[in-house]
Ligand binder design. Structure first.
Ligand code: AMP
Ligand code: ZN
Length: 303
């Protein structure tokens, strides 16, 4: 067996992941979801006392909002757009005929003005922009949504649809830089509490194309992104389970979000890849949840 897929096979054989026939698209068992719920409340505990405003979003966003994020410039290869049938009865008959004959039928679907959400924090910026200038303390949001990225893979940690939970800080440069520094420590404490081995390293996003190479190296040089990496897949490098991103004034400029003195806001986010954390827990503590270390069970509020 191909080494990187060994863990995938074990997860499927144990019924924790339910294959759908599409790489990176899985159902999950009750046991998997009970650990997911434990991780979710542990992530809530990470933000205790921070006064974050809770926002939850569906897995799609308005096309106009998506366009403003600039995502198609940097990651066109990951994006998924939603298209629907908008025709009359004649075109419906034509569509059914093409389907029956096994022909392509999706090319006549029309845009539904929706795009699948690529990152949970993208939904937050337009909401804050509408509220006008920030207060003196800036703002903090606890956001989550399903996210889509078209990156089919045999690695169980690389899904096409997965859940992302984020804390997003919006404010002055000093407020946001302070947040990112101190929340990297909170992220490490989170992994310690779950008894997961990790390393934190500077990282870059997989920007598209030749211009993307420059974007990636500039992101690394300026240390705008860090990741907390945990070994999960057999025979492969460690997997980014948390990421810490400093966007400078990119979203503040894009959305015209301003600090009280009228300057564009700085933003940063800490993102938890929820399924990846669950998969890391099964990898390091085994499939018998009852036998997990007491402190891990306690951090996950398992009874
Ligand atoms: P990113 O915006 O790429 O930093 O992603 C935020 C977090 O989501 C990462 O730290 C990962 O834990 C998680 N993530 C990213 N891509 C995937 C994927 N394809 N499947 C599962 N989790 C992912
Ligand atoms: Zn984010």
């Amino acid at each position: 067996m191909d080494m990187p897929t060994a863990y995938r096979s074990r997860l499927i054989d144990a019924g924790l992941l339910i294959p759908t026939g599409v790489d990176g698209l899985f159902g999950r068992s009750g046991t998997f979801e009970s650990i997911y719920d434990g991780v979710d409340q542990a992530v809530t505990a990470v933000g205790a006392g921070a006064g974050a405003e809770v926002m939850r979003f569906p897995p799609a966003m308005a096309q106009a909002t998506f366009e403003k994020t600039g995502y198609m410039k940097n990651f066109p290869h990951f994006a998924g757009t939603v298209h629907c049938f908008c025709g009359d009865e004649r075109s419906h008959q034509k569509l059914i005929g093409r389907m029956d004959r096994g022909e392509t039928w999706t090319d006549e679907q029309e845009p539904a003005d929706l795009v699948l959400t690529p990152a949970a924090c993208y939904a937050v910026y337009p909401v804050l922009a509408k509220r006008g200038p920030l207060g003196d303390g800036g703002h903090m949001v606890d956001v989550s949504s399903y996210c889509f990225r078209h990156e089919p893979s045999q690695e169980p940690t690389r899904m096409q649809l997965f859940r992302m939970r984020e804390y997003v800080r919006i404010g002055t440069e000093a407020q946001v830089i302070d947040f990112r520094g101190s929340w990297i420590e909170r992220g490490k404490a989170f992994a310690d509490a779950l008894a997961l081995p990790y390393e934190v390293d500077v990282a870059n996003d997989p920007f598209f194309g030749r211009a993307g190479k420059f974007m990636a190296s500039s992101q690394r040089e300026q240390a705008l992104k860090f990741e907390l990496l945990i070994p999960v897949n057999d025979g492969a490098g460690p997997t980014a389970c948390l990421s810490f991103n400093y966007h400078q004034t990119y979203f503040g400029d894009n959305w015209d979000i301003r600090t009280p003195d009228g300057a564009p806001a700085h933003t940063a986010c800490i993102a938890f890849g929820m399924e990846r954390i669950v998969l890391a827990l099964f990898k390091h503590h085994g499939f018998d949840v009852a036998a997990w270390p007491a402190e891990v069970r306690s951090a996950l509020a398992l009874r």
